[in-house]
Design a protein around this ligand. Structure first.
Ligand code: FMN
Length: 321
């Protein structure tokens, strides 16, 4: 009689390779607020409190979303290794615990999304004035739903104007705070761009006052024609079916599933978290989109050439021995 031997956990090599995928996730100001721990029977994703942004992310929401995005990549990396993960949210110091499911070959979708991990990037360049293809918003909303999130596209000129105005108000409020400006400088001009933060090429040009969607000003140069050409941007609000710190991790996993799906569909993406960082505008967005639960991020989709990639710390810096 033959016995089937089911691997009980990932090898350290397979885990390290998947962490290599995880660290390519987006994070607020490219702060990479994550750590990963490998144990004899599973793995943990942890929040690195030392890398949480004290001013613009006092409650840790943005750091948790970032960790959730990294966790999604970790899961994809493990899935393509042939030993996918099951996971559950945990309380205490860790955010997520993962343990091996039955070995199986990766699905075509897992392969495609995994391939996009190193290709996806945040695009702060101008988007073309080409409407997002029909059916694509639905595919993106489905991607969010698969991970327990929701993605509401903003329909109509009036709703878009309202959201754009809330982003503008929040951005102005943040910029008026000198501690916010100092924190932003620390993660842009003053950061070690070889491993973290947002370097001059990734900052995008200085935001043009006539742009519909107010980009965060990362101190980029105001060079040439910087105005966004798109008159009808495809904009959506991302959230999950609950509030509290746990939900932000779920939102992060939904975010990364949406971003990789967008990349797979040939779409560029941009993020706007200023109106979420300001409680009053966050609440106004919640009411405007008629949701019970908090919105967590505003996303924009469209067509634009590749701009610039940011760097990451080596995996050895983020794995707990
Ligand atoms: C929670 C969260 C909030 C973010 N907020 C913004 C934002 O307001 N404006 C922006 O341009 N990018 C934003 N980003 C994108 C990050 O700056 C970006 O992911 C990081 O610099 C790494 O670059 P990459 O996405 O190109 O890999 C955000 C990302 C996350 C995960």
């Amino acid at each position: 009689m033959s016995t089937l031997t089911t691997p009980t956990t990932w090898t350290f090599e397979a885990f390290t390779a998947a962490v290599g995928d995880a660290v390519q996730a987006p994070s607020i100001h490219n702060s990479q607020p994550w750590r990963f721990r490998w144990t004899s029977d599973g793995a943990y994703v942890l929040l690195d409190e030392r890398r949480r942004l004290a001013v613009c992310d006092a409650d840790g929401r943005m750091a948790r979303i970032s960790c959730g995005a990294a966790a999604y990549n970790l899961r994809l990396g493990l899935a393509v290794s042939g030993l996918p993960a099951r996971h559950r949210l945990v309380s205490g110091g860790a955010l997520l615990y993962l343990w091996p499911a039955q070995p199986r070959p990766p699905t075509p979708m897992e392969r495609r999304l995994h391939w996009q991990i190193s290709r996806r990037h945040t695009n702060r360049g101008p988007f073309a004035d080409t409407p997002v293809g029909p059916g694509l918003p639905q595919q993106l909303a489905d991607a969010a739903r698969r991970e327990g999130g929701w993605l509401d596209f903003v329909a109509g000129e009036r709703a878009l104007t309202t959201l754009a105005e809330l982003i503008r108000i929040a951005d102005a409020e943040l910029r008026a705070n000198s501690a916010y400006a100092a924190e932003l400088r620390a993660w842009t001009i003053c950061a070690n761009h070889a491993v973290e933060g947002i370097g001059p090429d990734a900052c995008g040009a200085a935001p043009h006052p006539a742009e519909i969607m107010t980009r965060r000003d990362y101190g980029g140069p105001g060079r040439g024609v910087t105005r966004d050409l798109s008159r009808h941007p495809a904009v959506a609000v991302l959230g999950a079916l609950g509030d509290g710190p746990d939900e932000a991790i779920r939102v992060g996993m939904a975010l990364q599933c949406v971003l990789l799906t967008a990349a797979d569909l040939g779409l560029a993406t941009a993020m706007y978290s200023q109106p979420i960082e300001v409680p009053a505008t966050r609440e106004q967005i919640r009411r405007a989109i008629d949701r019970i639960h908090d919105p967590h991020l505003v996303l924009r989709f469209g067509y634009a050439p590749t701009t610039c990639y940011t760097n990451r710390r080596p995996v050895t810096d983020v794995i707990d021995a």
